[in-house]
Design a protein around this ligand. Structure first.
Ligand code: SF4
Ligand code: MG
Length: 326
């Protein structure tokens, strides 16, 4: 089976302070390597969970994959087609099949547009439905996300946070995409509402045959929704593998630290707790060698010198760490 999405050595660097300011103040240009040569794939029908602290590059990675941000280098293959340099017009057309659900539905919904306009807009932009059909399709879509036709004329502020996220989901799915990035879709919601939205995303996935790249900083959420999990730290994927395996026997010290922060719910062997020390280093000046060495309780001299590559370990996972048992 070939993956629906295949990403190789993807890199996204922002050049900060490179223009006028640099010439005037003679500041050296700063390079922010938000995504540092990341490789992974997502198979059709699966959910790949992407976890990491805020600022680790998860959202940038997702947006670069969709070419909402342009990649600096590397390649993106979607459904067998290299889309890394696809011209914008074709990319716009392809975006029917690649959609995104945002974290904060309030910020991403136009407050002056009605639900009918918001959810129907992609249909008219892509010219795939006649005016007369749009309303019917919007109503059908609203019903599948748990809203009603009586909501058509209402505006975003008239809805609760959970309902607004349902509108965001309807807008993303109305074009019938096959691949959907869910970027922290429940992080802005109350815990009780989170469960409803997660359940909704799960049933829509089954009904519509969707493939998800699901981003969250919450290991509980990621553990619940994912078939496989990728762990990100300062622009790198440091561990990736089947969810059950990774949750039961996390290998990378960072993954172990993330899991140590939540109560162990599985029946696997009792895990030794790994405590994170210090703050996330600035992505503008990541530590040399293993970027995690400044916070890793197991770091040795080699970790400060040599960057560990992602390598296969026991089971199906891959991990980037010099430790023998990792
Ligand atoms: Fe820790 Fe070294 Fe492994 Fe990095 S390579 S995670 S510093 S043990
Ligand atoms: Mg984010």
């Amino acid at each position: 089976q070939s993956p629906l999405l295949d990403v190789r050595n993807l890199e996204k660097v922002y050049h900060l302070n490179s223009g006028l300011l640099q010439r005037i103040a003679r500041q050296p240009a700063l390079n922010l390597r938000a995504v540092d040569k990341v490789s992974f794939s997502v198979n059709a029908g699966e959910t790949l969970g992407l976890i990491g602290e805020s600022g680790c590059g998860k959202s940038t990675l997702a947006r670069t994959v969709l070419r909402l941000h342009e990649p600096t280098s590397g390649s993106i293959t979607f459904d067998g087609r290299d889309i890394t340099k696809l011209p914008h017009r074709e990319m716009t057309a392809l975006r029917r099949r690649m959609q995104i659900i945002f974290q904060d539905p309030y910020a991403s919904l136009n407050p002056r547009k009605s639900v009918e306009e918001i959810v129907g807009l992609p249909l008219s932009l892509h010219r795939i439905a006649q005016r007369s059909e749009i309303r019917d399709r919007v109503v059908a879509m609203l019903e599948s996300v748990g809203l009603k036709s009586s909501h058509l004329g209402r505006f975003p502020h008239q809805f609760s946070g959970g309902q607004r996220q349902r509108i965001g989901i309807a807008r993303a799915l109305i074009l019938n995409p096959s691949f959907v990035v869910c970027d922290e879709p429940v992080s802005a919601l109350d815990v009780s509402v989170q469960a409803q939205i997660i359940a909704l995303l799960g049933s829509l996935k089954r009904e519509l045959g969707l493939t998800y790249l699901f981003i969250s900083h919450d290991i509980g959420v990621i553990g619940h929704v994912s078939d496989r999990i990728a762990v990100m730290y300062l622009g790198d994927i440091v561990e990736i593998g089947p969810a059950r395996e990774l949750l039961r026997a996390p290998q990378h010290p960072y993954t172990r630290a993330l899991l140590s922060a939540v109560p162990q719910i599985d029946a696997g062997p009792k895990r030794e707790r790994v405590k994170l020390s210090g703050d996330l280093p600035s992505p503008l000046a990541p530590p040399p060698g293993c970027k995690f060495h400044t916070r890793c309780p197991f770091a040795v001299e080699r970790c400060r010198q040599e960057t560990p590559a992602l390598r296969k370990v026991a089971g199906q996972g891959m991990v980037a760490c010099h430790l023998e048992q990792a």
